[in-house]
Design a protein around this ligand. Structure first.
Ligand code: GLC
Length: 748
């Protein structure tokens, strides 16, 4: 009997180690045998660890940004093996010093994991993720994440708390800036691209860093767009809207996820066993580790879920939250809880295994200082290729919202240009929220970009006009006088970086302060006005949309904001960005998104007995997927390979796209589908694929897509994911509102 038992154990060990290889995606390790040796090393280390040392691996503290970077108390805890990770300790030299404490003074010499929010660049700051998503270009997005990893890893960072993949349908929520907008398909593509960029394809490459898909899950559905607020979505909405980008991140091999602050239908994610263990590990097969959000373990008490810190510790650990970010609850409460048998040490061991496995995979036990390399740091930070990429991706992130009478592009030899507005020479706003190690001195302002672009004979006049967010009107008259001296006015308005990101939610979304008054005053001069928006969310710009002839949405584009904006303003780059999020006409319309349900009384403008308002139409100011170009494109000949298919068949969709304008340009061709009838109601349309193409003047291109059953399936009445027979509409076009359509049928 004993022999059989032994062979069963051996078989289980071998199967486990083979399965775990997938956790860190075998492609990475290049030598699959490494995984079994890693499991062996984890096992043998675990047997040597005290309970305090195990809990140390689950304890993450934050460094200080000032020169002291960690406290004397932290240093002592490192020597005692009671800290496993730090966030906000960066720099090749800093991290080496802190790592040396663990490697030279602690009993077991377990290396520390250094994490940081490297969300859209480390020192070379790229466009905010919402802006980058306007490129609809996963290759470009993967490249910027790769550069972020190259720079962060050279400065001691092993792990970034990114990509943020929260779907957001409410622009009042400040963190919409950090994600990829309202659509699960585009969000999933961007999530996978960023994971691939951060993690690279070989753990032995010192430039790879762990990604951390966040915030798991449905944080973007916070009620009323108020940060940290309650979320109450159905499981079907969770699975169809909010989870796909996380699944894409897990499938792309993300080594970690971060549990979100919010509850979902009464259960805070940090303590949600169904989410963190049942779905993430059971259904999806995730083998990495989960970190809490900042202090979110302790916040289970404020949620009213845990009556004490020790109960919070138990609930979070049992749910599947492996590492406790800064609350210290695991470190301080779980020893007693294990000793009193209120939580099993096996749960602690499982969490510790996941963390140790990650440290082994990253090679930290073999080279704990692999990322603390001052020479590499010096050579890669802000290198020319990195800065060039920042400019290139910033150009692609710009969305042309309006261009009446082809006012744009401007001539570089205009005699006099007035550059006005509170953000024209702002060096901080372009960095956006979560600006990593970015510095204002690295930023090219819009004013600088314009000055470097125009001819030596062109006179550039400047006036600030007003501040971003106060009611002082004193500068408006001066701005008006400056405008009257110019042939064209470029007006740079919007939000400052502190008005979006975490905790920065707004109840009103129009231009802050007295910027609207500035815009109206300048428009009333009768001069041709180009409005440049610098912002982190859709704004209510309904008046400007009617009265300003040209509008460029430039978001926060990072260190090359000014050059990229000038490249587009003066025609060196033809803009092709498309909105990843709907622009409403009024806050009262929110939430307003394209993939809505039909309802039993679909909107009819002049019928109050339909789903509508008395005082405004349901239509957005600018729809999802919208963006203009300096050229024009026409769509024709939408064809399907079949009009009837079986559930498991795929369907080819083709369309002709022609550049009917006067300049070469990129177009992002979008494919949407509507399942017209189902066992549950379905959205009026859903993005299923897209293709960015470049067309010369007069060039016609046949663009083909393949629709698969996985793209037609959904969670039916029984929650099974399947394709249901029936008629489907296929839409292809330039945005979610301007589309050609046709139909096909799925038959049994
Ligand atoms: C913050 C954010 C999270 C970030 C973490 C560490 O509260 O919610 O996105 O990664 O703390 O800075």
């Amino acid at each position: 009997m004993v022999i059989i038992h032994y062979f069963k154990l051996l078989a289980m060990f071998l199967v486990t180690s083979i399965l775990l290889t997938s956790a860190f995606s075998a492609a990475h390790s290049k030598n699959p045998s490494a995984s079994s040796s890693i499991e062996h090393r984890v096992d043998s280390l675990l047997t040597m660890m005290t309970l305090e040392e195990k809990l140390g691996q689950l304890n993450q503290l934050s460094g200080r940004w000032d020169e002291k970077y960690i406290t004397a108390e932290d240093s002592e805890m490192i020597k005692q093996g009671r800290i496993g990770s730090f966030l906000n300790v960066a720099g090749a030299t800093n991290t080496r010093k802190v790592q040396e404490l663990a490697m030279k003074s602690s009993r077991l010499r377990i290396p520390l994991l250094f994490g940081m929010d490297v969300v859209h660049g480390f020192r070379t700051i790229f466009p905010i993720p919402l802006a980058e998503s306007c490129t609809w270009d996963p290759v470009a997005v993967q490249q910027t994440a790769r550069v972020a990893a190259i720079e962060a890893s050279a400065s001691g960072i092993h792990w970034t708390f990114a990509p943020m993949v929260d779907i957001a349908r409410d622009p009042r929520w400040g963190r919409i800036a950090e994600g990829s907008g309202e659509d699960p398909c585009l969000g999933a593509v961007m999530a996978a691209a960023r994971v691939r960029g951060f993690q690279g394809d070989d753990w032995r490459d010192p430039s790879t860093i762990f990604s951390c898909a966040k915030h798991f899950a449905a944080y973007g559905a916070s009620e009323a767009g108020r940060d940290y607020n309650s979320v109450d979505v159905s499981e079907r909405t969770l699975r169809e809207v909010y989870l796909p980008p996380f699944k894409a991140a897990v499938d792309a091999g993300s080594v970690s996820l971060m549990a979100s602050f919010n509850e979902i239908a009464g259960v805070p994610s940090t303590a949600n066993h169904w989410l963190l263990t049942g779905l993430l590990r059971g259904e999806w097969g995730f083998k990495g580790f989960v970190v809490s959000d900042w202090n979110s373990v302790a916040e289970l008490q404020a949620h009213g879920l845990a009556a004490s810190r020790s109960e919070a510790a138990i609930l979070a650990l049992q749910a599947g939250t492996d590492m406790d970010m800064v609350s210290r609850i695991y470190q301080n409460e779980l020893v007693t809880m294990v000793c009193e048998n209120r939580v099993s040490e096996d749960l602690v061991n499982q969490a510790v295994r996941r963390v140790l496995r990650a440290k082994f995979v990253l090679g930290l036990f073999d080279n704990p200082y692999r990322n603390s390399n001052p020479a590499r740091e010096q050579s890669v930070i802000l290198s020319k290729p990195h800065v060039d990429l920042a400019r290139h991706v910033a150009q692609k992130s710009i969305v042309l919202l309006k261009n009446d009478k082809n006012l744009l592009p401007l001539s570089k030899t205009l005699k006099t240009i007035a550059v006005l507005g509170p953000l024209a020479e702002d060096k901080i706003a372009p960095l956006g929220p979560w600006a990593g190690a970015g510095r204002p001195e690295d930023v090219v302002t819009v004013l600088e970009g314009i000055k470097s672009k125009v001819s030596p004979q062109t006179r550039i006049l400047y006036a600030k006009g007003c501040n971003v967010n106060d009611d002082s009107m004193g500068g408006i008259v001066e701005a008006k006088n400056v405008a009257q001296q110019a042939e064209v006015v470029i007006l740079v308005v919007g939000e400052d970086a502190g008005m979006c990101g975490e905790g920065a939610c707004r109840s009103r979304l129009d231009l802050p302060g007295v910027q609207n008054e500035l815009v109206k005053t300048i428009v009333e001069t009768g001069k041709p006005v180009v409005m440049i928006l610098m912002n982190g969310r859709p704004l209510i710009i309904t008046w400007a949309a009617e009265h300003v002839p040209a509008i460029l949405e430039t978001w926060f584009l990072g260190i090359q904001h000014g050059h990229a904006a000038a490249d587009v303003l003066f025609g060196d780059v033809n803009p092709a960005g498309k909105l990843p999020v709907t622009f409403p006409r009024a806050v009262g319309q929110i939430p307003l998104y394209y993939n809505h349900k039909s309802t039993g009384r679909p909107y009819v403008d002049d019928n109050t007995s339909t789903s509508k308002y008395l005082d405004i139409s349901n239509s957005p100011l600018y729809p999802f997927g919208y963006g203009l170009s300096y050229t024009t494109f026409s769509y024709s000949d939408l064809l399907l390979s079949n009009s009837r298919i079986k559930a498991n068949d795929s369907l080819r969709v083709s369309i002709e796209v022609t550049n009917t304008g006067k300049v070469k340009g990129d177009e992002i061709v979008q494919l949407y589908v509507q399942d017209e009838f189902g066992s549950v109601t379905r959205p009026v349309k859903e993005l299923k694929d897209f293709r960015r193409i470049t067309l010369n003047v007069g060039e016609k291109r046949n663009v083909e897509f393949t629709l698969t059953s996985a793209q037609l399936a959904f969670h039916g009445r029984d929650m099974n994911f399947a394709v249901e027979p029936g008629t489907f509409k296929v839409f292809v076009g330039t945005n979610s509102a301007e589309l050609l359509e046709t139909r096909f049928e799925v038959v049994e």
